[in-house]
Design a protein around this ligand. Structure first.
Ligand code: B12
Ligand code: SF4
Length: 459
């Protein structure tokens, strides 16, 4: 039997979000700084695209004030001007977000926590807030906004499904730019073309938040946003950091996007999984589209470790071809390397060193394997973790004793490999022939930073 849909059923008007005649409520949106002892938030920081998106959603129905503690903005002691305090949090700034949350609750404010850490541990986050948003705000927005006005906020907002990216608006950068401290933001503007990464590495939070989904914006909308930034800057050569988890997961989309970017004059960098770079044409196209650096998670040069972390997109046997394809186009590589998995041995440090030096990786980043709560790997490692202070979940702290390396040897080698890679002669060897630019400056800063490291730095 065919269901009959009456015109009345179609005409039912949705409940308005702001009740007629109601006062517009006021949000304070906060990017908390982290209290990690390392230099994660030092120097220039990138504009928090997540909170710009949150503020852009919120401004539809609320007045919004925005502040970023990382650049020196101060959270007022007295929060009486606000109705809602909305914060984002990763694990490394969760304690700070919770402290602010407690203070706001004590002043009878509504507190909303979102971002990776509250998504992973909503019960913990709820002890310091009224509501936790699982994943992205866009997919639950109408319910949350309506409930705030109706004073019926739920403890958890979890989307049934994800909203198409085409329906998401362009973030309003005025929130970040209006701060008197905005000069502490990097000149690289954050931009999003896709969301999700179905590769499924066991240490990564992304698959837990977005599952196997991978969504893309219309490439035309991305181009519009780039043009918007060019117009605002009054020049074509702006610098963009794509915040995508993995911009190339659908090569057809990435190809279409990069082709549309050719000739725009924008310089950019992006996270990319390396299997797409096995095809030399991909790097050629990326270069023509303005790419100056690719952020590649090599993670390890050991096939056993790659298998252990379920990183199906990395084939160790193809690493050198990938690097070669990228370097032939003059694109620099920020290469991520993780130490401390159970598959690692003391020799892993030497192997990694050899790979980096032989392939002249311009900007290697060394981190310590960190089981983030909510990931499948955290469950596996939980009983062995010796570090329980969230402030230290910044991927630079010692978390547990790896199966084949004892702690002091591990930390000694972790320092040694960094010092050697960033020694003057080795910087010179890796960078020779490259014109002096910001990647040189990073190497110089890393030289001095690595001289200061001691085992205690990582405990
Ligand atoms: C791009 C990126 C970076 C960039 C930019 C960071 C920045 N300024 O935002 C750079 C390279 C600088 C970076 C650095 C680091 N990163 Co990072 N990064 C990412 C990545 C790939 C995307 C983040 C992003 O901007 N996405 C786009 C925005 C629009 O989406 P979103 O962040 O998910 O925000 C949405 C929702 O979360 C929600 N939401 C967020 N906040 C709030 C708040 C409220 C109130 C509400 C309602 C909703 C809400 O709505 C938002 C809009 O849709 C994520 C992976 C991921 N998917 O989260 C890792 C990720 C966040 N990074 C991670 C890590 C570990 C780091 C580093 C520690 C790495 C390192 N050793 O240097 C540093 C820490 C820097 C710092 N001080 O925080 C981890 C964090 C894990 C954890 N549990 O904390 C992630 C999850 C990757 C992983 N390994 O799983 N990162
Ligand atoms: S490839 Fe990168 S973004 Fe994708 S699941 Fe693995 S670590 Fe996460």
């Amino acid at each position: 039997m065919t269901a009959v849909i009456t015109p009345e059923a179609i005409d039912v008007a949705p409940r308005p979000i702001v009740p007629e005649g109601a006062r517009r409520k006021k949000w304070l949106v906060i990017q908390p700084k982290s209290d990690t002892p390392l230099m994660v938030d030092s120097g220039k920081v990138s504009m928090p695209l997540n909170l710009l998106m949150v503020s852009t959603m919120a401004e539809q129905h609320f007045d919004v004030e925005f502040l970023d503690e990382r650049i020196g903005d101060k959270v007022p002691e007295d929060l009486s001007r606000f109705d809602v305090i909305a914060m984002t949090s990763r694990t490394l700034n969760a304690k700070r977000a919770y402290r602010i949350g407690d203070r706001a609750l004590a002043q009878d404010k509504k507190v909303i926590l979102g971002g990776v850490h509250p998504t992973m541990l909503p019960d913990e986050a709820l002890q310091h807030s009224n509501s936790v948003v699982f994943g992205e705000i866009e997919s639950i927005w109408d319910d949350l906004a309506r409930d705030i006005y109706a004073d019926t906020m739920k403890p958890l907002y979890k989307p049934e499904g994800f909203k198409a990216m085409g329906e998401m608006g362009q973030p309003n950068f005025a929130y970040a730019r209006s701060s008197p401290n905005s000069k502490r933001y990097s000149f690289r503007l954050p931009l999003l073309a896709t969301k999700g990464c179905p590769v499924g590495c066991n240490f990564c939070c992304t698959p837990r938040i977005y599952g196997k989904s991978f969504r893309m914006r219309d490439s035309d909308r991305v181009i519009d946003e780039l043009r918007f930034h060019q117009n605002a800057a009054g020049k074509p050569d702006i610098h963009i950091s794509f915040m995508d988890d993995n911009i190339s997961f659908r090569p057809k989309f990435a190809t279409e996007l990069f082709e549309a970017m050719v000739g725009l004059g924008v310089k950019w960098n992006a996270n990319i999984s390396m299997n797409f770079l096995e095809d030399p044409n991909f790097a050629i196209l990326a270069k023509t589209a303005g790419c100056e650096m690719l952020n590649i998670g090599f993670e390890s040069v050991s096939p056993d470790t790659i298998k252990y972390v379920h990183k199906g997109s990395n084939r160790v046997g193809r690493y050198e071809d990938v690097v070669d394809n990228v370097h032939k186009q003059g694109i620099a590589i920020q290469g991520y390397f993780i130490f401390g998995f159970d598959t690692d041995t003391p020799a892993s440090f030497q192997h990694t060193y050899d790979f980096i030096m032989q392939n002249r990786i311009e900007f290697p980043v060394f981190t310590i394997a960190t089981p983030f709560p909510g990931t499948p790997w955290y469950e596996e490692m939980k009983a062995r973790i010796v570090q329980h202070d969230w402030n230290k979940y910044d991927t630079f702290h010692y978390m547990y004793e790896p199966a084949k390396i004892q702690r002091d040897e591990f930390l000694g080698n972790f320092i040694k490999v960094q010092r050697e890679i960033y020694s003057w002669p080795n910087i010179w060897k890796r960078m020779a022939g490259r014109k002096f630019d910001w990647i040189w400056m990073v190497n110089i800063a890393m030289h001095y930073f690595t001289r200061r490291l001691t085992p205690a730095t990582f405990l």
